[in-house]
Design a protein around this ligand. Sequence first.
Ligand code: ZN
Length: 342
Amino acid sequence: MKAVRIHEYGGTEVLRFEDAPDPQAGVGEVVVKVKACALNHLDLWVRQGLPKAPALPHILGSDIAGEVVAVGPGVTGVALGTPVLLQPAVSCGICPACLAGKDNLCKEYGVIGAKTLGGNAEYVKVPQANLMPLPQGLSYTEAAAIPLVFLTAWHMLTDRAQLRPGEDVLVIGAGSGVGSAAVQIGKLLGARVIATASLDANLAKARELGADDTINHARQDIAEEVRKLTDRKGVEVVFEHVGPAVWDKCIAALAKAGRLVTCGATTGSTVQLNVTLLFGRQHSLFGSFMGTKSDLLEVLPFFSQKKLKPVVDSVFPLKETAAAHRRLESRAQFGKVVVVPE
Ligand code: ZN
């Protein structure tokens, strides 16, 4: 098959469009013909060899929609030709965490395209447990734009920060895939959404997705604007995935007893924490990583109901995956960058 593989870690020049072995379905596995695969910031980290470098050569790509073309021994009830959307992570399925429906706490947990070979290829093999029906009314490209960012944002706002109707939520970086998901989920849960972005065009798009208020974090002070918008109260919840570039302003934007939830650190890993502020204002900090299989099952029906929508920024042919990576690195995108085999 054709695939984009990396044989070393580095810049976009390490992405090679070339022939690779066809995947063979093992016990309990299926092979899916990839129709669309969305990129995530994770692809950039893995390409650079962070945080846990997979064996080489490697195929990136976690968010995959396609069609079942082969099933391995022990797979039952899966017809060839079935259109599917894939759960983006694998886990052991039998440990206490997995059996409690908290598979993202499993010791064996890993993301497709990071831990296993991914979807920047014509075919990918995954466990049968990762198959989900393609949501009705969505194209493969739209469906591929859903899994990782929506399950992550859903897990952050529901399971972790427990956003309530009527609360104010500050969504950092609404132009990113996870930010554009959080804006929509915040509205769905009945909160007032204040969204930030660095480009005015992306603030306008955030409003189209439902954001009530917007802040240009390149030229406005996030904490000051939040205080103005909330009559000095601050927001109950901050949705964060950027790290040091915005951290202090995010803490300053929190209301008393506010909760900050983070799933990423795209500008670096280390921040300063003012402990006096933490206990004095009774803040809570939540770390969140991916989400569970059941998070994705919970969130998918909202797409058929048109209450949530995938946000596709751009589509690139598989052989131009390097250009797709550069689009993501530009931070000018709004929503997901998707790669499709020709
Ligand atoms: Zn497990």
